[in-house]
Write a protein that binds this ligand. Structure first.
Ligand code: GCO
Length: 439
């Protein structure tokens, strides 16, 4: 741990999402886009069920965060639990989140709340959610109301988790609800409405906050690294740049310039501007996982394929989630945000590995935290915190429980949590960091 160093006020946390870890809690499972989607679309027919029962076990899990030395925790509010019927907030569920926040403060753990992490109530999905801009007002109202409810207990807010993943999964690959495939025009409209909703939530919160300057609000963006498989092959280069623009560039451009331009081949060009956009991120939440090498292949449906290699020899050091170990990608993503959104602080709101090989988890943590330390100390990136994905194993969307992202292993039969050996490096780095500044 001697080769990494972080700013004194750095936040050390873990991240989660309500649907992936809570379970239904004290009542019958509420209906959401994901509850209706699950039965036919999860690997091996798995169901989320009680997940890791975090709704009931949050005190135990917060204790585990404290054992690691964490001083922060990012989680999402379950909109489907809070508002199962439009316009009626479930006060017991709101009370639950007040209890969670109270326990976090008791353990000196700073909360970061996400309003939308892929899941919303079924009534919102049934009116085609963000495909129709008139529906956004329900989400904006919910988010601003939740800010009002919790503004004295939380000061870090994420509006939307990974709009690009929500759109690519729901309107391109079809692996997420509503399961649309190859719909670039719907995708660009949904993306536009999500980005517009972010702007409106930011302005809505800042206009009603008792102490606006005390609150930091940002969007959470997954930066995908797309590189050409053959850097000298113009087709590989062209396609990797197209994918980068669709998943990364168009959103970063919107927040840098206020102008969103959708120019994907085969789809209707779409542009919209919002002069407020460049002023609506007090920070950027950066999720980083993947490195995709893009190769032109005319025999594939979209004329390209994603491949992995360490060099031209065999496959990269692959993890279970089919992401390679590529810590340079985290460094590159931080530098890109610094260059494209200068003066906007960064939180690493998610970074983690799904792997049954615990040695790779240790290797992952050493390499990625080293890369992050270099991005901060060498490249001058203003990174304020790191939230590991995730504290415990949880429901990994289309992959079900096959992907083990937890620092803590969870026995799904007994719900017993066990710290993985490979995770202990994270604990050591935090302990070293705290000891360094406690003098
Ligand atoms: C995402 C989501 C998380 C995932 C995590 C691992 O980035 O897709 O924020 O919910 O579980 O990224 O894939």
């Amino acid at each position: 741990t001697d080769d990494v160093s972080f700013p004194q006020s750095f936040l050390w946390g873990t991240a989660s999402a309500s649907y992936q870890c809570e379970g239904p809690g004290d009542r019958a499972p509420t209906k959401s886009n994901w509850s209706e989607w699950e039965p036919q679309h999860i690997k091996r027919g798995q169901q989320c069920g009680i997940a890791v029962d975090h709704y009931h076990r949050y005190k135990e899990d917060i204790e585990l965060m404290s054992t690691l030395g964490c001083n922060a925790y990012r989680f999402s509010l379950a909109w489907d639990k809070i508002e199962p019927i439009e316009g009626q907030y479930d006060q017991d569920v709101l009370g639950h989140y007040h209890d969670v926040l109270r326990e976090l403060h008791r353990q000196s753990i700073v909360p970061m709340i996400t309003f939308h992490h892929f899941v919303h109530p079924l009534w919102f999905e049934e009116r085609s959610s963000f495909l129709n801009s008139t529906n956004s007002s329900a989400f904006i109202r919910f988010s601003v109301d939740m800010f009002k409810e919790f503004q004295d207990e939380c000061h870090l807010w994420c509006t939307i988790n990974e709009p690009e993943v929500y759109v690519s999964g729901g309107y391109f690959t079809g692996i997420f609800p509503p399961g649309r495939k190859s719909q670039p025009n719907e995708a660009s409209l949904v993306l536009q409405n999500l980005l517009q909703a972010h702007v409106d939530i930011y302005d809505g919160i800042k206009s009603i906050a008792r102490q606006p300057d005390q609150h930091s609000i940002g969007i959470v963006k997954d930066i995908f690294q797309f590189d050409p498989y053959h850097p000298l092959n113009p087709l590989d280069v062209y396609i990797s740049r197209l994918l980068d623009y669709a998943m990364n560039g168009c959103i970063l451009d919107f927040f840098r310039t206020g102008s969103f331009k959708w120019t994907m081949p085969g789809s209707t060009p779409r542009t919209f501007t919002n002069s407020r956009a460049p002023h609506t991120n007090d920070f950027i939440g950066l999720n980083y996982y993947s490195h995709f090498l893009v190769r032109f292949n005319p025999f594939k449906p979209s004329s390209f394929e994603i491949v992995h290699r360490q060099d031209d020899s065999g496959p990269s050091l692959m993890t279970d989630m089919a992401y390679p170990l590529y810590p340079e990608g985290l460094y590159r993503a931080c530098v890109r945000l610094k260059d494209e959104l200068p003066r906007v602080p960064i939180y690493i709101t998610e970074n983690g590995i799904a792997d049954r090989c615990d040695d790779r988890r240790h290797l992952f943590l050493r390499r990625y935290l080293y890369a992050l330390s270099r991005a901060i100390n060498e490249a001058g990136c203003d990174v304020r915190g790191y939230f590991y994905w995730s504290l415990t194993d949880n429901f990994e969307w289309a992959e079900g429980y096959d992907m083990k992202f937890g620092l803590y292993d969870v026995n799904l039969q007994t719900q017993e949590r066990t710290l993985r050996d490979g995770a202990k490096y994270f604990q050591q780095v935090i302990q070293k960091h705290r000891a360094k500044y406690q003098k």
